[in-house]
Each structure stands twice: as C-alpha cells, then as structure tokens.
Design a protein around this ligand. Structure first.
Ligand SMILES: [Zn+2]
Length: 213
C-alpha cells in the first residue's frame, strides 16, 4: 500500500483528514475539500454513514463502543442511515456559510443551522450518571444532559457543539485557510494556514518559484 499524504490518516479502514481545526466542529467542516470553489468536493471523506461514525470516534466525540453499536443500528436501518448522512452533509454546508460569514446577506443558512440545533436541544434527556446515594446526589456531575444513542445522535451532538461555538467568544477566532478554505481556531492570531505541511508549504513553493522565475 502506498503511503498516505501527511494530512490524512487511516482510522479503522477509513481514510480521514487529520484534525487541524483545534475544535471538533471545525474539523467536521474540514471533512471535505474544495470549499474555496464551492463546487462539488473533489474529495469527500464522509463517504458513508459508517465513515461519519468512525470520524466521530477519531476526534473523540463517540467512544469506540458507541460507534460499534451505532454501526449495528445503521446496518439494520440503511435507509435511515443514508438520510442521516444527507442531513449531516447539508448541515455542514450551512454551518460553513454561517461560520465564514457567507450567510450574512441571507438568513437561509443561519435559519437552517438554528433549526438543527433546536431539534437536537429538544432531544436531550436529563439523566443520572451515578447510582444515587446521599453523597452522590450532592456531588457535582452526578447528573447530566445526554442524547439518546440512536442514528440521530452524531449530528445532534455536533449541532449542540456548534451552538456553543456560535454563542461564545470563539466564533470571532475562526479563520479560513486561504489555500483550501478549511477552518481553524486561531485564538492567538498567529495562524495563516490550515497546516504548514500542506497549504503553507504549497504557498512557500509558489512564492519561491515566483522569485526565481
Ligand atoms: Zn489549507
């Protein structure tokens, strides 16, 4: 097998981009190429619902055990799994437009993102995380919000994380790579490229070629 380019990795048999966004929501947006042209992605990494699940595990949003159970669920309900993947890819486009400010002229993408977030929020359940005892009841973190473990969970989970990002101060630090259109968090205002190894290096090579022409 030939070696993968440095920005990709093989996870459970699926080729995925290495996380460079410094935020899981931004890494989710970076699961396709060619954002800059807005054309169809030359490379789509979320090629199936199962690949989407494995991506969730790779970035730590789902445990390997949860991924295993959801892959089983998806196997029994392939039509629903396909529908969930389509909804996920639609959400990714709207979210990109909202995060990059492309949605400023029209409220369409923001409204679409907001509806997904609201639906996810309404599906949360408030559950105990420990068997209650007098101490545990008082202990911090003995109850929490949780999403049901079904095929809607991965998208819902991302939508709730996106809501936190959009409602907090981090949104102001989201930057777009001028090379490929991927997004990353740049809290210190020092990053220009998604990664020096890919876009940063390409730009350096181009600049060098221009100087020596
Ligand atoms: Zn880039």
């Amino acid at each position: 097998m030939s070696a993968l380019p440095s920005h990709l990795e093989l996870v459970q048999g699926v080729v995925l981009p290495k996380p460079v966004g410094a935020h899981p929501v931004l890494d989710f947006v970076n699961t396709r190429s060619e954002w800059t042209t807005r054309g169809p992605a030359r490379t789509e990494w979320l090629t199936s619902y199962e690949a989407f699940l494995i991506w969730n595990s790779a970035v730590g949003l789902l445990s390997p055990a949860a991924v295993f159970r959801l892959i089983e669920q998806a196997g029994g309900r392939p039509t629903e799994a396909a529908r969930r993947l389509t909804a996920t890819l639609d959400f990714r486009i709207d979210l990109y437009d909202v995060l990059t400010g492309r949605a400023d002229e029209t409220d369409g993408p923001f409204e679409a993102v907001a509806r997904v977030i609201e639906r996810a929020s309404g599906r949360r359940q408030f559950v105990r995380t420990e068997t209650p005892s007098t101490d545990a009841l008082r202990a911090e973190g003995s109850a929490t919000w949780e999403l049901p473990e079904d095929l809607a969970r991965p998208l819902d989970q991302l939508a709730l994380l996106a809501a936190e990002l959009l409602a907090g101060p981090e949104w102001a630090h989201v930057r777009t790579c001028p090379g490929c259109g991927w997004l990353f968090l740049d809290s210190r205002g020092r990053r220009r490229w998604c990664s020096m190894a890919t876009c940063g290096n390409r730009a350096k090579v181009r600049a060098h070629a221009a100087r020596t022409r």
